[in-house]
Design a protein around this ligand. Structure first.
Ligand code: FES
Length: 101
């Protein structure tokens, strides 16, 4: 099971979309932690600095109601998750069981 001391304190799960799939992740956490929550092994053993330097955690996203033409990119280890976020593309380093692995 997931080791909750990896996560910042949270009270509830929120819904986001990752590559067309709806998933529930802990609020008030960085997005890469949320990916780790979904896929402990692949993210824990992945090639990540967790520190905004390697860029291996890059992803592309838009807000609910926007289209992919409005996609922006960011580093998931630096990005606070928010309800309804639509993740459209992931760096090849980010493998999430049940989503793209
Ligand atoms: S994990 Fe290295 S930049 Fe995010």
């Amino acid at each position: 099971m997931f080791e909750s001391d990896l996560l910042d304190p949270y009270e509830k799960l929120i819904s986001i979309e990752v590559l067309g799939q709806s998933v529930e992740v802990p609020e008030k956490n960085r997005l890469l932690r949320c990916f780790q929550y979904l896929s402990l092994n692949t993210i824990s053993f992945g090639d990540f600095c967790w520190n905004g330097e390697c860029t291996n955690c890059q992803f592309w996203y838009h807000e609910p109601g926007e289209s992919e033409a409005q996609d922006k990119t960011a580093l998931s280890c630096r990005f606070d998750v928010r309800e309804g976020l639509v993740v459209t593309r992931l760096s090849p380093h980010v493998e999430i069981e049940g989503v793209n692995k």
